[in-house]
Design a protein around this ligand. Structure first.
Ligand code: 0X9
Ligand code: ZN
Length: 291
């Protein structure tokens, strides 16, 4: 069991997932890859029948180290759906950037990137959400290793981004929706993020995002904006969401920026974990019903 009302270290989250897998019939886990410092990148699957090849709802969480509410929300959702939402298989990478996450606990609460040593630079880390191929190296990313949005030496230069790429590719054709959990800003974002261009399926994406946001807001009145990243937020090149959409054909590929809008920012107090997760889950359920 895990105390979902508090934030937890990497080790605590991994211990919880291992315990769930060994005690809960619907839950399996797999080590999908290793971080630069050798930590496991674990995917948890919740399925009532793995042989049925159901559509998959897939989540990456905490690719940005300091965004602790995202792992906490994914853990809360895992804990909640172990009672079964059987039309889908649910897959989560609760901590997609284990080294950065651990560093944000021990050294620097506001660390964002992974912990890659950058040759020729004293600065550490690659922004994993700039390390994917769509628009790699373009607007909203930096070629400077000291930048918070450093895209890395090449697309997929980092083991953490390769791991997510492999997981999505392994389930190609079955992933009905892929959601990257981030914080903060209260936004539900679609492709494209590498430009202000709109995908061909944008009307369908808007309809689905609206269904999710309406149910999320109906929970506690939390206001969300939604739309393509390039029009609602800012242009960001080399992101997960554009990769899942453009290269893996997942139309319902989104980035959700969880609470808040800046009062606490990345340091959302623990008392807001359960409300944030509850409203987010209501939004995701309504969104899933709409697609
Ligand atoms: O800049 C980012 O990577 C994300 N914002 S954050 O404050 N969490 O760092 C936004 C990325 C949006 N990307 C896509 N929708 N693909
Ligand atoms: Zn983020």
């Amino acid at each position: 069991a895990i105390d979902v009302e508090n934030y937890h270290t990497y080790e605590e989250v991994m211990a919880y997932l291992a315990e769930l897998a060994s005690t809960h019939p619907l839950v399996t886990t797999m080590v999908a890859g290793s971080s630069i410092e050798g930590r496991d990148i674990v995917q948890a699957t919740i399925s009532s029948d793995l042989s049925a090849n159901k559509p998959i709802a897939w989540f990456d969480c905490n690719i940005h180290a300091r965004e602790w509410i995202t792992a906490a929300t994914c853990v809360w959702i895992i804990d909640t759906i172990t009672t079964g939402y059987v039309a889908y298989d649910w897959k989560f990478v609760p901590i997609a950037n284990p080294d950065g996450y651990a560093f944000s606990w021990t050294n620097d609460r506001l660390w964002r990137k992974n912990r890659a040593v950058n040759p020729g630079s004293v600065c550490v880390g690659v922004d994993l959400n700039r390390n994917f191929p769509v628009g790699f190296g373009g607007a909203g990313s930096s070629n400077g290793p000291c930048s918070e949005t450093f895209h890395g030496a090449a697309e997929f230069s980092e083991p953490e981004s390769i791991t997510l790429k492999n997981l999505i590719a392994a389930d190609a054709g079955r992933v009905k929706t892929a959601i990257s959990m981030h914080s903060y800003s209260q936004l539900w974002l679609s492709s494209y993020s590498c430009s202000s261009a709109l995908p061909a399926e944008y009307p369908e994406m808007l309809r689905a995002m609206r269904a999710g946001v309406d149910a999320l807001t109906a929970t506690y009145g939390t206001v969300y904006d939604y739309g393509s990243t390039g029009t609602v937020l800012y242009i960001a090149s080399g992101t997960t969401t554009d990769h899942y959409y453009k290269n893996e054909g997942v139309v319902h590929s989104y980035t959700i920026e969880l609470r808040d809008t800046g009062l606490y920012g990345f340091e959302l107090p623990p008392r807001l974990i359960v409300p944030t997760a509850t409203e987010t889950w209501n939004g995701i359920k309504a969104f899933i019903n709409a697609i």
